[in-house]
Design a protein around this ligand. Structure first.
Ligand code: SF4
Length: 407
């Protein structure tokens, strides 16, 4: 099949996000908080336990770094702030508020900016949630992971399912109207029945008095070098194989679809369009963001930079008035286009828009990627709808292989 004969199927599509982003579009601010109460055995993020005494100096360093980025985004609006980690809920609400205030001082933050904090369930009570709202946070992303007691132990989590629902109830009581839950499926030993129970519990929302507004469901990947990989290597844990993991993903997609959720990104669902993650959409649209904090990455036009991963080194550098960056690279035009495809195809309903691609990259999408699109459409993994290229339902299950075609 050639590109010219690839049909533009006419369906009614309500776009949530147009990918790719344009150079003057609003950008995002990511704040990395690399502190955790303990390290979960599957975690390979840049995170540290037993270093909470560094938090005050770290917050000061983050505030300094924010000011350094001001010029790079002059004349542009910031659409979002996302506190990720690590465990951002290790910070006091006043510290979160001070970082938000410093972001407003450094950038033109939109009046309706989406401000999200990731939180562990056992950090959240009504008082803490109310103080977060007061500080300017409008969206909570709670790391539930599973409601199964054995699963929580396998994942090395310190909380119980009851605490997740207690956190949901506390956040609602405080006034949060934008709550997301993170769940992990495919943990060693998990059965499809256990996963179905998690989904049923989630969809009933009963234990916390309400359903969340947004869901992120991640298939567990046992990363090399983690304690979990070591346990698998020694035969203590048996990982879920790819076929079973695909069954889990299909079950989630079906049950959530039946319950009326919108599957807008490979791992993300929203209860209504306005609850889709606007910050993460900046990444999927291959847009720009300032990554603040130890190990954080930034993307500004054709430059990618990375900060020193060590919190101690990060604090030292910023306290001395020096740059916190350890690496930087220029993104060439071909790489930028590949990244647009690999990221934008994750947007299951919107895909990559041909007109937006042309405006961003100056090349027609169907010409630039004629061969991979033809190959993938022939085997039913991508389709062209409303002048956008997107993954089919089958393509979504094989997204990694499909996206790799655009490298
Ligand atoms: S709480 Fe999250 S960031 Fe911290 S160790 Fe566990 S998985 Fe990693």
């Amino acid at each position: 099949m050639t590109l010219q004969t690839l049909p533009a199927v006419s369906t009614t599509r309500e776009p949530l996000f147009v990918a790719p982003a344009q150079p003057d579009d609003p950008f995002g601010i990511y704040i990395h908080i690399p502190f955790c109460a303990h390290i979960c055995p599957y975690c390979d993020f840049n995170t540290y336990a037993g270093q909470s005494s560094r938090i005050p100096a770290y917050v000061e360093a983050v505030i300094r770094e924010l000011a350094h980025w001001s010029d790079a985004f002059a004349g542009r609006r910031a659409a979002s702030i996302f506190f990720g980690g690590g465990t951002p809920s290790q910070l006091a609400p006043e510290q979160i508020g001070a970082i938000i205030a410093a972001s407003r001082a450094a950038f033109a933050l939109a009046h309706d900016a989406e401000i999200t904090i990731e939180a562990n369930p056992n950090d959240l009570d009504e008082r803490y949630c109310a103080a977060l709202l007061q500080a300017g946070v409008g969206r909570l992303s709670i790391g539930a992971q599973t409601f199964d007691r054995r699963g929580l132990r396998v994942l090395g989590r310190l909380h119980e399912a009851e605490q997740t629902w207690g956190a949901v109830a506390a956040a609602r009581a405080a006034g949060f109207d934008n709550l997301s839950l993170d769940l992990i499926y495919g943990w060693p030993g998990q059965s499809i029945e256990q996963w179905r129970r998690d989904l049923d519990t989630l969809l009933s929302g009963e234990p916390g008095g309400s359903r969340p507004d947004h869901l992120s469901l991640y298939g567990l990947i046992v990363e090399p070098g983690t304690p979990m990989a070591d346990a698998v290597h020694r035969g203590i844990l048996t990982p879920v194989d790819d076929d079973r993991s695909a069954d889990f993903a299909e079950l989630a997609a079906r049950l959530l679809d039946e319950a009326g959720w919108r599957h807008y990104e490979i791992a993300n669902w929203c209860a209504s369009p306005e609850k889709a993650s606007r910050h993460n959409a900046i990444y999927w649209r291959n847009g720009d963001y300032a990554g603040i904090g130890a190990g954080a990455h930034s993307h500004v036009v054709d430059r990618r930079t990375m900060n020193h991963p060590s919190p101690q080194r990060y604090i030292e550098l910023l306290t001395a008035g020096r740059s916190s960056q350890s690496n930087s690279e220029t993104i060439d035009a071909r790489t930028a286009m590949s990244e647009t495809m690999m990221l934008g195809l994750r947007l299951l309903q919107d895909g990559v828009d041909e007109d937006a691609f042309m405006r961003r990259h100056g090349v027609p999408l169907l010409e630039q990627f004629s061969q991979p699109i033809a190959r993938l459409s022939e085997i039913g993994l991508v389709e062209r709808i409303d002048d956008a290229i997107r993954l089919t339902a089958r393509g979504a299950l094989l997204a990694n292989s499909a996206c790799a075609e655009f490298l």
